[in-house]
Design a binder for this molecule. Structure first.
Ligand SMILES: [Zn+2]
Length: 333
């Protein structure tokens, strides 16, 4: 076994403690310690999220304001802030500006939020009345996201993607409910490295490690870009993209090489591999309906009125996009 050097060594030896930077792993002292908000402060202000609560993996609730992770001054100011500023500026300029952001910026921005959510859970007891049960997320579990964590080192300029891009990122226009708090929505899923955020008039959905596999079928989703989606429709679309991500039956494999002091070059091995089997399993309406009912927080018999027939709020019977005005009461919430 070759000895680990540089960034690989840093990642391999990363200590997951409250006294190490979540990104570069350096030890934190009074001089370099900062706090990174997983959901950026500007978004929390914008949508009044501070005291709202987010559901964690163990089903408990944590106020957004407490969703912070340890970070060093250098990573925070020099590396993370420029991404944050670019996304904030684009967001303030509206949907078009957001769509024009390079995929890489959105990937790092979403990737940090996704990873930060799990990272925070390293420091929370699974069962507060019984700390012996351990934390919600364990270092071993986080290690299974090795590639994603390695890719995030691109935030520090330590990674270059050579023949691929890790994520599929989708943007949709969404309608804005009257109350600020309802203009925000967040879903994540660990099975498919999936994240979905609705913020005001912009909805972003991403599969952070499908290596653009689902992006190839994006034309099927174009119809939903013609209208501004109702929050329920955006959730349905999130369920659809998440399910497609779960159906992917290949795990991308990467080869990482580093020459000299330059960034690590990451190459993806052919996804198809030696098998002629399609890379997505067949769509199963029953399974999808269960996932959709979970994501939409609606009873299964509403999402699937008849076996094999999944209901949709996205399309009219003739295949045209269905516009559901936010002002109409759907009687569903
Ligand atoms: Zn750092």
């Amino acid at each position: 076994m070759t000895e680990l050097t540089g960034i690989f060594k840093q990642i391999e030896e990363h200590s997951y403690t409250p006294d190490n930077c979540f990104l570069c792993g350096c030890e934190l002292s009074d001089d370099n310690r900062t706090i990174e908000h997983v959901i950026p402060k500007w978004l929390q202000r914008k949508f009044n999220l501070w005291d709202q609560k987010i559901t964690l993996l163990n089903g408990t609730l944590l106020p957004y304001r407490n969703l912070t992770i340890p970070c060093c001054l250098n990573c925070n100011n020099r590396h993370l802030r420029p991404f944050e500023n670019e996304v904030k500026k684009a967001f303030e300029n509206g949907f078009e500006a957001m769509s024009e952001l390079p995929d890489e910026i959105l990937f790092y921005w979403l990737g940090k939020i996704y990873f930060g959510m799990m990272y925070r859970e390293l420091f929370l007891d699974f069962d507060r009345s019984d700390p012996k049960k351990g934390t919600i997320v364990t270092p071993e579990y986080l290690d299974s996201f090795y590639s994603h964590f390695l890719f995030l080192q691109g935030i520090r300029g330590q990674i270059a993607f050579s023949n691929f891009f890790p994520a599929s990122i989708y943007l949709f226009k969404t309608q804005k409910p009257k109350e600020l708090e309802s203009q925000w929505d967040f879903i994540d899923n660990q099975d498919a490295l999936f994240i979905s955020i609705r913020m005001g008039g912009i909805g972003i959905i991403a599969l952070l490690q499908d290596c653009k596999s689902t992006k190839k079928i994006e034309h099927h989703l174009d119809v939903h870009k013609k209208i501004e989606l109702h929050p329920l429709q955006f959730r349905e679309l999130s369920a659809k993209i998440l399910y497609k991500g779960i159906l992917m039956n290949r795990t991308p494999k990467f080869i990482n090489t580093q020459t000299g002091k330059g960034p690590v070059e990451t190459h993806m091995l052919p996804l198809q591999g030696f098998s002629s089997k399609p890379i997505f399993d067949d769509w199963n309406d029953d399974d999808y309906s269960i996932l959709m009912s979970h994501i939409l927080r609606l009873p299964l018999d509403i999402c699937q009125p008849k076996k094999g027939q999944t209901y949709t709020w996205l399309l009219k019977k003739n295949g045209e996009p269905l516009f559901i005005d936010i002002k109409d009461d759907l009687n569903l919430f």
